[in-house]
Design a protein around this ligand. Structure first.
Ligand code: NDP
Ligand code: MG
Length: 389
């Protein structure tokens, strides 16, 4: 029996993780569930799974949650620091990091410090502070098992292999809803359109990141740290069908791929159950139904975020942290129709030029760079053509 803390249980990954847990009550027990402000869903989840504790980080929602479940033996906590404490509880075996964005970093570091197993969906944690996170994990002998589908694919391809026999990895990208589109079309697209991903049903922020290709940029950085690669060992190929979830090419030229229908429950289940592979009744891929798998080069001139993420990776230090903070701010603005689709890349680039580089940042440096970048990015959003009207 694995006892789980699911951080971000009310989100897209969190709710799918609870489906996996519910299908395998003999393997998993829910110890901690957390939400930011979705009190209603957290209350429902607390009643359904009766964890030892729940956290609602938005303090204004604490009383709502507490009073709604006072008849059941579930402890209720609030505030971001509660996350850092609860992940260290003796009764937690594994922490699923499914909080959105930079907000997920601190609780993952805390869980690593306590030697917990980590299943990591929150890619921003590795984008912001990958070097520091992986160093701490190595010190504490903690394995970080990826949940992101591409990284789960690579992880699965690497079972039984040596990391030093990797020639390169090939991350696949669906291309998102605007594959093949050019500037003249993209200049006018709105959030409602960008949210319609052709293959995956995900949270709002990552859906926009998929439409801009920033998601793939973040994933290059995530892959570098997870698998200890050089920057030029991570390639991206567009694969619109999202059947091959990623590939590893080894030093002898052999390529391994992991395939399946696009369904996040599979990589979630693989990470939660690792090192075991367990059964399920998810839809199976059929070679008879899909006759063509296609591949093409990403268009980095139109989708500039991918180039910006590469640049941040090559700059190193706090550059990916700045890129991530700016991206979180501009995506939030875009979702509220306060920034244009193409403008997002300009604002990220300008923010990267504003914040002072730090070659070997400490945790405090990352926090400071994140704060500064958010201030600059918010200023660029204010000046946006869309915000004026
Ligand atoms: P969602 O927006 O659907 O859910 C985010 C979760 O985090 C919610 O439970 C939310 O609570 C909580 N949360 C948001 N902000 C904070 C905060 N400041 N403090 C504490 N908790 C917070 O996101 P997704 O599930 O789509 O994504 C989660 C992570 O997983 C992201 O890093 C994403 O990149 C990654 N990922 C997601 C995939 C997907 O298919 N969705 C695929 C691969 C990776 P509340 O509901 O109360 O707001
Ligand atoms: Mg992914």
């Amino acid at each position: 029996m694995k006892r789980l803390a699911i951080l971000g249980s009310t989100g897209s990954i969190g709710t799918q993780a609870l489906e996996v847990v519910a299908a395998h009550p003999e393997l998993f027990e829910v110890e901690v569930l957390t939400a930011h402000s979705n009190a209603d869903l957290l209350i429902k989840q607390a009643r359904r799974f009766t964890p030892n504790a729940v956290v609602i980080t938005d303090e204004s929602k604490y009383e709502t949650v507490r009073s709604a479940i006072k008849d059941i033996p579930v402890k209720v906590f609030t505030g971001a620091s509660a996350l850092n404490d609860l992940v260290q509880w003796d009764t937690v075996d594994m922490v699923l990091g499914a909080i959105l964005g930079f907000a997920g970093l601190s609780s993952i570091l805390s869980a690593i410090d306590a030697g917990k197993q980590i299943a990591l969906a929150n890619k921003e944690t590795l984008v912001v502070a990958g070097e520091l996170v992986m160093q701490r994990a190595t010190q504490k002998k903690v394995h970080i098992i990826p949940v992101d589908s591409e990284h789960s694919a690579i992880f699965q391809c690497l079972v039984g292999e040596n990391l030093d026999k990797i020639e390169k990895i090939i991350l696949t990208a669906s291309g998102g809803p605007f594959l093949g589109r050019k500037q003249n079309f993209l200049v006018n697209v709105k959030a409602s359109h960008a949210l319609q991903h052709p293959n995956w049903n995900m949270g709002a922020k990552i859906s926009i990141d998929s439409a801009t290709l920033m998601n793939k940029g973040l994933e290059i950085i995530e892959a570098k740290w997870l698998f200890g690669l050089e920057n030029n060992q991570v390639e991206v190929v567009i694969h619109p069908q999202s059947i091959i979830h990623s590939m590893v090419q080894f030093v002898d030229g052999s390529i391994k791929a992991q395939m399946g229908v696009p369904d996040m429950k599979l990589p979630i289940q693989y990470a939660l159950a690792f090192p075991h592979r367990i059964n399920n009744n998810f839809k199976r891929f059929s070679f008879k139904e899909v006759s063509k798998l296609s591949f093409e080069e990403p268009d980095m001139k139109t989708f500039r975020n991918l180039a910006l993420a590469r640049e941040a990776l090559n700059l190193g230090g706090n550059a990916p942290c700045i890129l991530n903070a700016a991206n979180e701010v501009v995506v939030h603005a875009f979702l509220q129709n306060k920034a244009g689709f193409l403008e997002m890349s300009d604002m990220i680039e300008k923010t990267m030029a504003k914040v002072a580089p730090i070659a070997q940042p400490t945790l405090e440096d990352y926090l400071q760079s994140d704060r500064e970048a958010r201030i600059y990015a918010a200023e660029f959003v204010k000046k946006s053509q869309l915000s004026i009207y």
